[in-house]
Design a protein around this ligand. Structure first.
Ligand SMILES: Nc1nc2c(c(=O)[nH]1)N[C@H]1C(S)=C(S)[C@@H](COP(=O)(O)O)O[C@H]1N2
Ligand SMILES: [Mo]
Length: 252
């Protein structure tokens, strides 16, 4: 955590220095360019805005996370967030997720639901990337799935849409802006170190966001909603995480 804090401080100072203005004025500039994150309210708001704006301005939208080789795959993979104990999830798990459907709705031309088999028939890609938890541990493994961009293109996202919200069976929810939703390394994954994803790591489907901290890689997905505003989604902060003291934007 300390290294991310010092890094954040550096970026914050950097953007204010580049802009040659105070934090508040820099926030105003960020607002002008649509770079205000949804959790910008409250005492840490200026810092959140500067971190997000700095990453979006200084880095290309398609800068890639490093990909590794099979020999780099971690032998031990910790778990954070156990599979939901609800009857609904446990029933789907017991049935091999045959009755599970991913709902995709909101600002899309063709809302729909997708069975796991349908997602598996879409163009698949594998990537070996690093996942880092905000608590300090990390691992490398191979993820297989369909790029989120493929599914978004299939349902036809409205030009006015700004965010993609994901919901999980354990009530975790989060969202991505469009540069991250369409990023080539942002995946809906159903395979981990092989063709399957076990329940601990998010079966039947998990989001993988290679350039953000582990908590953005939401497990046990049930629904994806496309929207132009996060104000009325949950507590309006774009993610369940700000309520626990973490940022909506968790770029690494
Ligand atoms: N639905 C859901 N997704 C989640 C979590 C969770 O508790 N519930 N934990 C997150 C956190 S904090 C991390 S670090 C990663 C951990 O992934 P792993 O359990 O596969 O190692 O999943 C993320 N996705
Ligand atoms: Mo985490």
């Amino acid at each position: 955590m300390s290294s991310s804090i010092s890094r954040r401080k550096m970026i914050t100072t950097g953007v204010a220095a580049v802009a040659g203005v105070s934090g508040l004025a820099a926030s105003r500039i960020a607002g002008h360019y649509g770079l205000i994150p949804p959790d910008s309210g409250g005492i840490w708001g200026v810092g959140e805005t500067l971190t997000y704006a700095a990453q979006r301005v200084l880095m290309s939208h398609h800068s890639m996370a490093r990909e590794f080789s099979l020999s780099d795959v971690s032998k031990v993979v910790p778990v954070s967030g156990l599979p939901p104990k609800t009857d609904l999830y446990q029933g789907l798990l017991a049935g091999g997720f045959k009755d599970w459907r991913l709902t995709v709705d909101g600002m899309v031309a063709r809302p729909g639901t997708f069975a796991l088999e349908e997602l598996k028939r879409m163009p698949a890609r594998s990537q070996i990337t690093h996942q880092a938890c905000e608590e300090g541990w990390s691992f490398i493994c191979q993820w297989t799935g369909v790029p989120l961009s493929y599914v978004l293109n299939l349902v036809g996202v409205s030009k006015q849409a700004k965010y993609v919200v994901v919901y999980a069976f354990d009530d975790v929810w989060d969202s991505l802006d469009m540069p991250d939703a369409y990023h080539p390394q942002t995946f809906l994954t159903y395979g981990m170190n092989g063709p399957d994803l076990n329940a601990d790591h998010g079966a039947p489907l998990r989001l993988r966001v290679a350039r953000q901290l582990g908590y953005k890689s939401v497990k046990f997905l049930s629904r994806i909603t496309v929207t132009d505003s996060l104000k009325h989604v949950g507590d309006g902060k774009g993610s369940i995480q700000p309520a626990f003291g973490y940022s909506w934007y968790a770029g690494i």
